[in-house]
Design a protein around this ligand. Structure first.
Ligand SMILES: [Zn+2]
Length: 86
């Protein structure tokens, strides 16, 4: 499953330098019911197609990248955001 991720800090790098975290999700409000929390914690969309994901560049700049990737082709379509590892 090799593919490349264009890191804004390091350039085009092999995916094996990165760790996949998860698809982008939004935490529900604190007072949400159990069903909502269960869904947030345990269920993923697992999209076959374009989805937004978090990846960590541990083999490079040690920053988090929010990317848009086609999971069917592994084409990285866009780098949406970077965050420093705190
Ligand atoms: Zn990097």
């Amino acid at each position: 499953m090799g593919f490349k991720i264009p890191c804004p800090n390091c350039g085009i790098r092999d995916v094996y330098e990165f760790s996949f975290d998860s698809e982008v999700r939004f935490r529900p409000p604190v007072d949400s019911d159990l069903k909502t929390w269960r869904h947030y914690l345990y269920f993923r969309k697992n999209t076959c197609g374009v989805q937004e994901e978090w990846w960590y560049h541990g083999g490079g700049c040690c920053e988090w990248l929010k990317i848009k990737r086609n999971t069917e082709t592994n084409e990285v379509l866009e780098i949406l955001e970077t965050r420093a590892d705190d």
